[in-house]
Design a protein around this ligand. Structure first.
Ligand code: GAL
Length: 336
């Protein structure tokens, strides 16, 4: 009888140990389940929809008999207060790792401080908090070994937009008056992607000695309907004077394309249209000439890099501060 009791005690102890197994992750029948919290700035965003779907797909491919990932993904609805609550909830739920696409980069410090205090690794994605010296210098990232940023250098995407225009036989100067008259449709102005694309697309032209004139610059917040409104109004006001429409993303470029069609203008003949992201439908448009060019924002590369960083953190491996994924220029020549 004594033997049986001590056997039962040993068994109970062993079961407790298994149940408590490592770094907060739960464990049943030998498999470890890591809890992953993913906070997206807004579900209603063409590019971030592809990105977040690939985060889930890729985590699934990494599962084994021994390791599972339980993903809790939430929509910040473009509201920083809402996202802060969501991060608080992730902390209460004791997530093993958090992936966060900030609503506002100006709130990065608050979010980083909370998550670091809870000793949870934090992977920031898509919206880069900029340090005083630009990228790769944000204090909350460089000073915290369990915090990193995964993204693409938005300057490169702006430069590529400009280079696509420079590669055109008339370099964007359709009417040959020596000046490229353009419209700039800006994403969320708080977002470095919008700031850098706006600046570097034009810089590529002026660095090459091309004279430019900005007719309209307006904020479209990455949104297709807003892109449509802005370009519709610009065409109504400036008509044939507009030679190039730069959009900080493809969502807004899709809206712009509809406005261009409505005004009876023809991309490639009497106007040029540029976007960023290389959404499938925009790649088709570049192929058939209804868009001049776009820039591939590699959601596969970025989501995989983010998940790989999360998994490395779960294994207790040291993180780099920054992980960069290249953009790719997409104009007619891309399709051979
Ligand atoms: C950009 C992308 C936009 C939008 C934005 C959200 O990188 O080009 O389409 O998704 O991120 O922060």
């Amino acid at each position: 009888m004594k033997k049986l009791i001590s056997l039962l005690l040993v068994l109970a102890l062993a079961l407790t140990l298994v149940a408590c197994g490592g770094s907060g992750a739960s464990s049943t029948s030998g498999a470890k389940t890591y809890k992953v919290g993913v906070a997206i700035y807004q579900y209603n965003d063409n590019f971030m929809t592809l990105y977040r779907q690939e985060i889930e797909n890729y985590f699934k491919t990494l599962e084994t008999d021994d390791v599972k990932y339980e993903i809790t993904m939430v929509d910040g609805k473009n509201d920083m207060a809402e996202q802060t609550n969501q991060i608080d909830t992730f902390i209460t739920q004791k997530m093993d790792v958090i992936i966060c696409n900030l609503v506002q980069t100006s709130s990065a410090e608050v979010i980083i401080d909370k998550v670091v205090a809870a000793d949870i690794p934090l992977i920031l994605i898509n919206r880069e908090p900029l340090g005083d010296n630009g990228d790769e210098s944000y204090e909350g990232i460089i000073n915290n070994p369990k915090v990193c940023y995964v993204g693409a250098d938005a300057r490169q995407s702006g430069t590529y937009q400009g280079e696509i225009v420079l590669a055109l036989p008339n370099k964007g100067d359709i009417n040959g008056d020596g000046v490229v008259n353009y419209v700039m449709v800006v994403g969320d102005p708080e977002n470095p992607d919008a700031q850098y694309r706006t600046e570097f697309s034009i810089k590529a032209l002026t660095d090459a000695g091309v004279k430019v004139n900005e007719l309209v610059k307006n904020v479209g917040n990455w949104d297709q309907a807003k892109g449509n409104e802005i370009v519709d109004a610009a065409l109504a006001q400036y008509g044939k004077d507009i030679e190039v429409v730069f959009c900080n993303n493809d969502g807004m470029a899709l809206g712009a394309a509809a406005a261009i069609e409505k005004h009876g203008r023809k991309v490639g003949e009497d106007i040029y249209l540029l976007g960023v992201d290389a959404l499938t439908e925009c790649q088709e448009m570049v192929k058939n000439g209804t868009m001049t060019g776009t820039v591939l924002n590699d959601h596969i590369g970025q989501s995989h890099a983010a998940v790989d960083a999360a998994v490395a953190a779960l294994k207790g491996e040291a993180l780099q501060n920054y992980y960069w994924v290249d953009y790719v220029k997409v104009d007619a020549s891309y399709f051979g």
